[in-house]
Write a protein of this length. Structure first.
Length: 216
């Protein structure tokens, strides 16, 4: 279901017109612009190969919001892509791992994660040293999905990060891993100075304690 309900009723050609336009509806703020174009791009990609082709043709000259939207959506239509086009999509995403904008890099990593293979783990791994916490968070998600054993010590270390976005990301992914032995490291963050981190810690503790209670 789309966050912007009006988009759900648009035809593929209508969505293409919206994506090509720089105008936003009156009820969509400038701060929501990246989300608006991401929703449009995802709906196009989910619609089939024509939508994916349209998006890839719009990469050149796209501003940051639209470029991030394209990269985010690219693999939502992966079931419509031939093996050859999936390989091209992977190569395209890899080419953006060194992009200067943090949003673009993070979206590229997340989309690589959606391709459901582990081949690019070594290419993504160095981005743990990226200065952007959003990129680091995307690497957390990628590693948890594709290299969980390697992710385990990295996520535990992420709990000690001075950046609350990284701490929250580490908590979320440790929660997803479902390993109750993380509880001792997580509980101190119940008193974290950041409200979002505290909430993530509470959720993780609740879930992991439940796993522990249900363990044979």
């Amino acid at each position: 279901m789309s966050y912007f309900k009006e988009l759900e009723e648009r035809s593929p050609s209508g969505l293409m017109e919206v994506f090509d336009s720089d105008a936003l509806p009156p009820d969509v703020s400038e701060e929501e612009r990246p989300l608006w174009f991401e929703e449009v791009a995802i709906l196009l990609a989910e619609g089939g190969e024509a939508g994916v082709d349209f998006l890839t043709q719009r990469i050149e000259g796209a501003d940051t919001a639209k470029l991030a939207a394209i990269l985010s959506a690219l693999t939502f239509g992966k079931e419509h892509l031939s093996e050859d086009k999936r390989a091209k999509a992977r190569d395209l995403l890899l080419s953006f791992l060194g992009h200067p904008d943090e949003l673009v890099v993070a979206r590229a990593v997340d989309s690589l994660g959606h391709l459901d293979d582990q081949e690019e783990t070594e290419r993504v791994w160095p981005l743990l040293r990226h200065p952007s916490p959003y990129v680091v968070a995307s690497v957390h998600r990628f590693l948890r999905q594709h290299a969980p054993e390697k992710a385990w010590p990295i996520l535990l270390d992420g709990l000690k990060s001075p950046d609350p976005i990284v701490r929250q990301s580490a908590l979320d992914e440790l929660d997803e891993l479902g390993r109750p032995e993380a509880l001792a490291a997580i509980r101190p963050l119940l008193d974290d100075e950041d409200a979002d981190v505290r909430q993530a810690a509470e959720t993780a503790v609740e879930h992991l304690e439940q796993y522990l209670a249900e363990a044979p």
